[in-house]
Design a binder for this molecule. Structure first.
Ligand code: ACO
Length: 380
């Protein structure tokens, strides 16, 4: 369908809708750069705070700058009283954690000057983990664990979820995960956030909208089923018959295939290595080894059943394994994705606020023209 000689691109595929310095994604070569740095070089080395600083200011912080940034974020971790009251009020309702995060995110403008973008951004990043952890515990009949300022962002998130300090290996694994998902081009939630700030609305509105976009199963919701598949397979010798049966009955293998990546998703590489280190540190490699075998078998069978489609492992497969290894239940996977992605959403919002123009594409009208008004009493 065209209008005024413009072609309609379903899903805006192939349309350039923004310029960014935040992340570079090349699906043909399997490249992901975060502000110019190859993901594999920084994800397992940087703290999450360092990556957020990079995404916001386009440079790695010095030691002093990082120390200040960490202290400011840590001081903002406690939730406003109204946010905690809301989480307590909905805890028994059975609302999924992503919905609770969306509801609570909207309260984070309370007590912060809405025109101070930097203050809003700091509050959003600092408090996302506190919201997710507090709601998780409340909805499981436990009191929230107050954040502590003497742990880094990733370690404190695990601490608030479980009530005990994570091991260095666990803290590292969580930081690597958050860094890995911190930004990824103009995905649906990032686009949503950019559209909202392009109207000169505020950052809390933009991030609340982005959470809503991320919640959808086509965006942030696949790692749970990928893990279920590995558990259903249970042992290596069952992998091939199980996967063949799925493919022959027309099912998709969760954790494989990607709209952009036609080679192995570089995030799968980083998270696979992080999962290996975590399971090694825990001293039980059985699930990791099984998942690795399932991955190899799945990729080989996808090439056999879907030749030429280049279906490779995507980010969700090892996300599931890593977060499970950290003791997170599948219902926490997507909210934890949001805890990482909020850094990138805000980085891209800052760009949009600086460079952007009101985002206002056209639509092709496909309805009737010049219909005749029919009075109510004459309608059939
Ligand atoms: N298992 C089996 N077949 C698959 C898979 C899969 N995981 N993925 C794609 N295919 C097949 C399709 O059936 C189709 O085959 P056909 O042409 O014979 O009908 C062909 O490959 C192309 O599929 P499309 O849907 O056009 O590919 P698209 O690029 O739109 O799909 C998607 C990408 C949605 C991720 C898809 O690969 C999929 O459903 N994967 C499983 C779910 C999943 O892992 N999602 C998480 C993605 S990562 C993320 O979004 C953060």
């Amino acid at each position: 369908m065209t209008t005024e000689n413009l072609a309609y691109k379903p899903g805006l595929e192939g349309v350039i809708a923004a310029e960014t310095r935040r992340s570079y994604v090349n699906g043909q070569t399997g490249t992901l750069l975060i502000a110019g740095y190859p993901l594999a070089d920084i994800a397992a080395r940087a703290t999450f705070e360092e990556v957020v600083y990079l995404l916001w200011l386009d440079k790695l912080p010095t030691a002093v700058e990082l120390d200040n940034f960490k202290k400011q974020l840590a001081a903002l971790r406690p939730l406003p009283a109204a946010t905690l009251t809301l989480l307590r009020a909905i805890a028994d309702s059975g609302v999924p954690a992503m919905d609770a995060l969306r509801m609570a995110a909207g309260t984070l403008s309370l007590g912060v000057d809405e025109t101070d973008a930097s203050a809003l951004a700091m509050a959003l990043v600092a408090r996302f983990p506190t919201i997710v952890a507090a709601y998780w515990r409340l909805s499981h009949g436990q009191e929230p664990v107050a954040p502590t300022t003497d742990l880094g962002h990733a370690a404190n998130y695990l601490y608030m979820l479980k009530g005990e300090r994570p091991s260095p290996a666990q803290a590292r694994a969580m930081a690597t995960y958050l860094n890995t998902v911190s930004d990824h081009g103009l995905n649906a939630s990032t686009f949503t956030a950019r559209v909202i700030v392009s109207t000169q609305s505020d950052l809390v509105s933009a991030i609340t909208g982005a959470v809503g976009a991320l919640k959808g199963p086509l965006h942030g919701g696949a790692p749970g089923p990928a893990l279920d598949m590995v558990f259903e397979i249970g042992q290596a010798e069952r992998a091939e018959p199980y996967l063949r049966e799925k493919l022959e009955s027309g099912h998709r293998l969760m954790g494989f295939g990607h709209r952009v990546y036609k080679v192995r998703d570089p995030r799968a590489e980083v998270l696979g290595a992080a999962a290996e280190s975590l399971y090694q540190a825990d001293g039980d490699m059985a699930l990791y080894e099984l998942a690795k075998y399932v991955e190899q078998t799945a990729v080989a069978l996808l090439a056999e059943y879907k030749p030429g489609r280049n279906l490779q492992t995507n980010v969700e497969f090892y996300t599931a394994l890593l977060l499970h290894g950290l003791g997170l239940e599948t219902a926490l996977f997507t909210p934890t994705f949001a805890v990482g992605r909020v850094g990138g959403w805000l980085g891209q919002c800052f760009e949009e606020m600086t460079n952007g123009r009101l985002i206002r594409p056209k639509e092709a009208y496909v309805g009737e023209m010049n219909r005749q008004w029919v009075p109510l009493e004459e309608r059939q």
